[in-house]
Design a protein around this ligand. Sequence first.
Ligand code: 5AD
Ligand code: SF4
Length: 468
Amino acid sequence: MNDMSGLPAGQKKVFVKTYGCQMNVYDSTRMEEILAGQGYVRTEQPNDADLVILNTCHIREKAAEKVYSELGLLRRMKDERRAQGAEMVIAVAGCVAQAEGEEIIARAKTVDLVFGPQTFHRLPDYLARHRQTGAPVVETEFPADEKFAELAVRKAVGNQVAAFLTVQEGCDKFCTFCVVPYTRGAEFSRPVAQVLSEARALAAAGVSEVTLLGQNVNAYRGAGASGGETSLAGLVSELSRIDGIERIRYMTSHPRDMSDDLIEAHAANGKLMPYLHLPVQAGSDRVLKAMNRGHTADDYLKLIARVRAARPDMAMSGDFIVGFPGESDAEFEDTIAVAKAVGYAAAYSFKYSPRPGTPAAELARQVPEEVKSERLQRLQALIIEQQQAFNRSCLGRTLPVLIEKPGRHDGQMIGRSPYLQSVNLKISGNKRGKIVPVAITGVGPNSLSGQYVEADSLLSQRNGERDL
Ligand code: 5AD
Ligand code: SF4
């Protein structure tokens, strides 16, 4: 029997808005999977939703304020729905929920559920409790490792060719600017068997590329299938034996955890893609120390030299913060020098913004806003230049491209190069999910274009090979 919404009776709609990093994207997908088991279907329209979830991020400036203003809009929608006899349960999840807790209910009475990233698997229980009592439910504890154990094996992943897979969470590094150790908790690695079974389910659903996620993914130390601990390199090696998984990526890595076996895996394992996101944050050793990074600029550059010795075509990516408290002009020049020495294929740069509760927020000598803006502009201009130079260096090469989705024009598809660039091409037949050789003929600001090379002569070439 259908109700007026056109949905089968008992079916409800959920709208999820995701902020921030890939891990939140992964968490949102898992929440949708849990809710699918409770009869919820996705909607892209918040005003049409019985349940709205804001999966929040706390890393940017004014993150909490942005959530509160979003909640103001939602309150109006909730009132309108109520006037029509429908309900809207509003949930705040993610890192702002973890950091603010009860404060959210105090400031935004419209909110029904507040839960952090470690307890979203209990969502059906929160909904039931809320339904029974009508009272808000707030859960911000850190129950060590129960979440992943309780998440069901993945069933539906939509129509994806590439998927995220969280293997590690949390951080013990305590960089002085960062909230992650407080919002995501201590480092925790999922056991190998659990990761493998999730990857097999993804492969069975048609996924060929997995990106292993973790705040400190290269610190991965998961319980091995036959006892002992497995490193990220060991995990990659086991994953690469799964039929259907053709490409493996991982992010984000910390320079301190870039172990020899992982560097070696880049030389030895053709399924491990030549793209490494390795944030340095700053180029001055004094600033790096004040950030509690545990490495110098020189350590970082030497590390990259070793990585490139193992995999000469490695595309480097990173994160930078400009205007950390006390950063002088000369110290900022050190950051520019590191960026120049590396030559990034991509990089993200941010103005330092104080996060309450972190040590750097208490430091005197905060850098004026105009200075931060100027520095950011200079760094970003350099990075864009480097990115374009990297893209241009692909011209004339034939790259293995994973075909992901239809492009804007008829007959056009969009795929991904080993270096994570988008590639536009014309290709007939259904090649979604296939890795095909593409001769790169054009370079745009953020993507490449090319031509599918059909020649049988390429049959001998393997995915990820350096000189295709
Ligand atoms: N201010 C500015 N940028 C930050 N990041 C983390 N915390 C802050 C902060 N307080 C940046 C770092 C990190 C990325 C995810 O966000 O560069 O690597
Ligand atoms: Fe934050 Fe530093 Fe941990 Fe990265 S390594 S999550 S920047 S504390």
